[in-house]
Design a protein around this ligand. Structure first.
Ligand code: SF4
Length: 389
């Protein structure tokens, strides 16, 4: 047992984790409420080590926001604009392809594409840019759209969710993003994102996508008006769906950013809160392989420390980020691959470049990145995993 846990009030949770017993919601709440950060960290780190060993990953990717026009006005959001606003934008398919072309030259393996709930772009626009990006490079993994965007597209196109996802997939969609989860509890959800689709609707889009044989990530926006009990409820609902489908490849806790929005909360979650959230997520979500420390929201220094609190992934190079930076994030717009490798190495982990599905591409050996599975693509590995799931 880790020395930090021997005298700790949380030592019984170590015993549970050690024999593979699932933590309860009460256990998760105890971890969040504990003032013993060392013990909480030791639990998260122990669970990480058992699950994924000593590797920590990153992805070489680029973000693209196709538009910030949105029919909703979520109170926490600093990104969305109305058509009357002078700083609204909407990219053409050619502009999206041009951004992708430039990023391919930097070695990206993934494009992460989201936008607002646009009032009138036709469904064909989304299909067209997916197809155009696959023509540009068929190996490029397209991780696009939140569950909320999918619901919006289905509504605009007057299609079922399954038919909407089927057509998006046929056009090139590889994975859904995890955004739009916010906090599931309906009272909090209405205070921070009035009018947004419910938790059940968010989860149902992911359920359908998973049952089509696909994968996605999921998120939780924390550190605003929610209670710790609401966070536990959020994780419980994600764990339940993961028990049902096994389709989430990773969980990404997102720290709230307080600027330029309508919420009367002027502070970000503290560093201690963010680290505890990573540790509780790792210990409680025993059916998730990967927990990401999102450097855009945490800052790279705290994300690096999170690698010893349960996280095993630093997310991506990103290149151009709008959503968090418009809400006041002070992190840089991008990380180079070298920055991510040295942050991971300094934290005592073995850096691994991963793909969209967290499958390893290259691992650092000495000072060289070495292909991990020569001749086997990430997507083939995923298919193998699905076959044994
Ligand atoms: S969070 Fe998303 S849905 Fe809500 S206002 Fe912002 S862009 Fe629109």
């Amino acid at each position: 047992m880790h020395v930090a846990l021997r005298q700790s009030e949380l030592h019984d949770l170590y015993d549970k984790l050690a024999i593979g017993e699932r933590l309860t919601e009460g256990d998760a709440l105890r971890m969040w409420k504990s003032t013993d950060l060392h013990a909480v960290a030791a639990l998260g780190d122990f669970a990480r080590e058992r699950k994924v060993g000593n590797r920590a990953s990153y992805i070489v990717n680029r973000y693209i926001n196709y538009s910030n026009y949105c029919i909703l006005s979520c109170q926490f959001c600093a990104f969305s604009r109305k058509k009357r606003d002078s700083d609204g934008f909407q990219l053409s398919v050619d502009e999206i392809v041009q951004k992708a072309r430039e990023a391919l030259a930097l070695g990206i393996t993934e494009l992460h594409i989201v936008g607002g709930l646009h009032p009138n772009l036709p469904f064909e626009y989304y299909l067209e840019f997916l197809r155009a990006l696959k023509v540009l490079d068929p190996r490029l993994q397209l991780k696009c759209f939140t569950a909320i965007e999918v619901l919006h597209l289905a509504w605009m196109a007057r299609l079922s969710i399954e038919e909407t996802l089927t057509r998006l997939q046929a056009a090139g969609l590889n994975s859904l993003t995890g955004g739009g989860a916010e906090i599931f509890e309906s009272g909090v959800r209405s205070r921070i994102a009035k009018g947004k689709e419910s938790a059940a609707e968010y989860l149902n889009v992911h359920r359908i996508w998973h049952k089509m044989g696909n994968r996605s990530t999921c998120t939780m926006l924390f550190g605003h008006v929610e209670a710790l009990e609401d966070r536990v409820d959020h994780l419980r609902q994600l764990r339940d769906l993961q028990d049902e489908t096994g389709g989430f490849v990773g969980f990404v806790p997102l720290p709230y950013q307080p600027e330029n929005n309508q919420l009367d909360i002027s502070h970000k979650p503290t560093g201690v809160d963010a680290l505890k959230t990573i540790a509780v997520s790792r210990a409680y979500l025993d059916n998730f392989e990967h927990i990401t420390a999102y450097w855009v929201g945490l800052g790279m220094k705290l994300a690096q420390v999170a690698l010893s609190h349960g996280a095993d992934d630093l997310h991506g190079t990103i290149i151009e980020e709008h959503i968090f930076h418009m809400a006041g994030a002070s992190s840089p717009q991008l990380q180079t691959e070298a920055d991510m490798i040295s942050a991971i190495r300094e934290a005592g982990r073995v850096p691994v470049q991963r793909d969209t599905f967290y499958q390893p591409i290259r691992e650092l050996s000495g000072d060289c990145l070495v292909p991990m599975e020569p001749g086997i693509s990430g997507s083939r590995l995923l298919v193998n995993n699905l076959a044994t799931a």
